[in-house]
Design a protein around this ligand. Sequence first.
Ligand code: AMP
Length: 486
Amino acid sequence: MIEEENENLTPEQDETIPAAPTEGAATEDSEEETDAQLTFEDFKLNKQLLNAISELGYEKPTPVQQQTIPLALAGHDVMGIAQTGTGKTAAYVLPLLMKVKYAQGKHPRALILAPTRELVLQIEENIQKFSAYLDLRTVGIYGGVGPKSQIERIQAGIDILVATPGRLMDIYRKGEVILKELKTLVLDEADKMMDMGFMPQIRQILEIIPRKRQNLLFSATMHERVHILSEEFLEFPMVVEVTPQATPVETVSQVLYQVPNLRTKIALLEYLFKDKETFNRVMIFTRSKTNADNVSSFLDRKGEGGVRVVHGNKGQNTRINAVEAFRDGEVRYLVATDVAARGIDITDVSHVINFDVPIIYEDYVHRIGRTGRAEKTGAAITFANEAELYHIHRIEKLIKMQIPQELLPEEVQVYNTPFDEQQEIARELDNQKRRENPEFKGAFHEKKAHPKRENIGKGAKVRDAKKAGWKKTKSGGASKSKRGKR
Ligand code: AMP
């Protein structure tokens, strides 16, 4: 229920405030200074952990790890402002494993809370990898599947529990998990947990766990409410901020195409994906489940390299299998909505395509963080229609840079915008103007259908989307008619 997409969310940029300066706050300068020097050996991690790290091929700690690991090992509460892709999981998991050390007793001594089942699974997987040479019991629990086998695993005795807040409270209320041995609490993607409405459960959890404990909180952004939560829950925290808020990973190149409508967006995808060598592992983000399905069935029909889709309507197993197939390189494309993609850890993504512009602007940063991950370079390509440009301007403000624009390549077929889609764009433009100026009366009237030639790149050919067999879908987009296809 909580993990479903809300397609009507509106951005809350005004809540964004800069991180409060704290005595322990690490600066970007200090980050650069330490960058060259520190190795994993310098943290005095035990041999078992160092072996696992070297087997994973990590050569040196990332900035968030350089700053967080010594503080966490020294027992401080830490507030880490770091987006996914920075290595934040290892930043808290490694010190945690040094503390928990080996299997002991029956009840968990560390609890990690995360917003989605995907992230829970990913954290669990990370812990398993780092603790390959340690004798430790880690269990991940999340909603969407029956609790029985999760309860059985807990009762067999565990050291580290990774959980979504809702499922943890369900199992706690049944009396099936004892939390009184907890010494460490981690909140991962705290901002997302709050966005997804988990605050009441988090407060309940804080009340039932021991007061004396170490707390680590990670968030991609420093929203006002994250700041409030940190005051409630952290004791004299050391603040680690590795990238200024909402700053895209530097290793990602960004490009923006103005594309008039859905059908032309598909044509652009088709054009780009001809270059199979370059576009070899691509994540495509859409704003709605309908568009995700449309794009994936288009790519499926094209049959080039395989496609999987993840969104809120897909069952738990389908989602996990989709992510695994993509991660293992069995399929070339993964189409996803923002909520479903949150926290999914996939490395070596060659490209992120923003088929639709996200209206939660920070999702832009999350999305493109899927490529250019630790020590790799990547590319993010955004398609925006006229109404979406409004959001692009706001995203640019947030990321404090202009996304370089390119003209549509001449080879890309430009389609006329079908009447319904035109109306919808006009309505959206009016709403945007009204948001800016409440006095605005609105220029939008139910206009008569007349094909409009789009002003796109030189030499672009214009065709009628309707003639090309595209029809209107429930969410307002056009989708290729299924008649006679497949
Ligand atoms: P995270 O931000 O925790 O989701 O991590 C992003 C990706 O970076 C994961 O695939 C990690 O396996 C990888 N990673 C984390 N730390 C390092 C490191 N020190 N060197 C290379 N890769 C890393």
